[in-house]
Design a protein around this ligand. Structure first.
Ligand SMILES: Nc1ncnc2c1ncn2[C@@H]1O[C@H](COP(=O)(O)OP(=O)(O)OP(=O)(O)O)[C@@H](O)[C@H]1O
Length: 289
């Protein structure tokens, strides 16, 4: 079993060049026999330490399937998944439990109430992953408090329940909870789509700052406009296949695939790049041909 990259657990700079996530030639199927449907086909994607990759695609394109396969919740039909250098493709539930307990990979949901137990105070929610690892309560509490600045949360909120916070505060706590084990990789599934624009900007700013700590982020969204300014690279998923991957600026400024061109043209926040209506219709016709 490969150990975590030096520095990753402490939030210090990464010293290892190997990817935090490396997906190679991934095929995923749902169902059996005649009902078998392919959800992902030949997907290859890597995320380096300290890098943010935006995974963009419309509903049903396979974004959650990719996330769930990386997290060991869905089996790969072919290809491989390496998390923190460890090949997890054929891990059974026992090895996944051990990996989850080590906190190498964390997941943040669109709805922060799903990441937080409604009956636990914010402090107890934050320290829970550390207590599970066997860290003492005093040290876990100190580590939780040390994280609060990074997610712009005041200590005064620690005694509250999740239901007593705003949606934006809850999502920042969910990010802090994901960070507390010093993960190499955090997968965030539509982390800002349920937030108003002020909270959206704040959460995206916090995610940008995490890069400096060396954590790798896979930022899943249906909305290219909301992640284009945060991601270093963009990967575009269309009908289960990655049709375009590149530096965010290049994908937004010079999209190659018709679907990416449609996404860029339809994003109101990517003004300047916005295609006119006739062009969008022509691209849609091309995609459905
Ligand atoms: N448990 C399942 N059983 C069968 N088919 C599934 C299952 N989960 C997803 N699918 C199918 O796999 C394809 C990809 O779904 P997936 O949920 O990964 O898409 P998505 O891009 O995350 O969509 P959304 O943005 O709506 O969450 C879809 O056709 C979906 O219907």
């Amino acid at each position: 079993m490969t150990t975590a990259a030096p520095g990753a657990a402490t939030g210090g700079p990464p010293t290892s060049p190997r990817p935090a996530l490396e997906v190679t030639g991934l095929d995923v199927y749902y169902g059996r026999g005649r009902g078998r449907r392919q959800a992902l086909s030949g997907v290859s994607l890597s995320v380096a330490p300290g890098e943010t990759v935006g995974l963009i695609g419309e509903t049903g394109s396979g974004k959650s399937t990719l996330a769930r396969t990386v997290l060991g919740l869905v089996r790969a039909g072919a290809g491989s998944v390496r998390v923190g250098g460890e090949d997890v493709t054929r891990h059974g539930s026992r090895r996944w439990r051990a990996l989850r307990r080590r906190g190498v990979v964390q997941y943040v949901f669109q709805d922060p109430l799903r990441s937080l137990d409604p009956d636990l105070t914010i402090e107890d929610s934050l320290i829970e992953p550390l207590l599970i690892q066997g860290t003492g309560r005093a040290e876990a509490t100190a580590r939780a408090r040390a994280l609060l600045d990074r997610v712009r949360i005041s200590e005064a909120l620690l005694e509250r329940l999740p239901g007593e916070l705003s949606g934006g505060q809850r999502q920042r706590i969910a990010v802090a909870r994901a960070l507390i084990t010093g993960p190499e990789l955090i997968i965030l599934d539509e982390p800002v789509s349920a937030l108003d624009s002020a909270n959206r900007v704040q959460v995206l700013e916090i995610l940008k700052e995490l890069r400096a700590g060396g954590v790798a982020l896979l930022l899943i969204s249906h909305d290219l406009g909301s992640v284009a300014g945060t991601a270093d690279r963009i990967a575009v998923l269309y009908r289960g296949e990655l049709v375009e991957t590149g530096p965010a600026r290049q994908v937004v400024g010079d999209p190659q695939h018709p679907y990416t061109r449609l996404l860029v043209g339809s994003a109101p926040t990517l003004r300047g790049a916005s295609a006119d209506r006739a062009e969008r219709e022509a691209l849609r016709a091309l995609l459905h041909a």
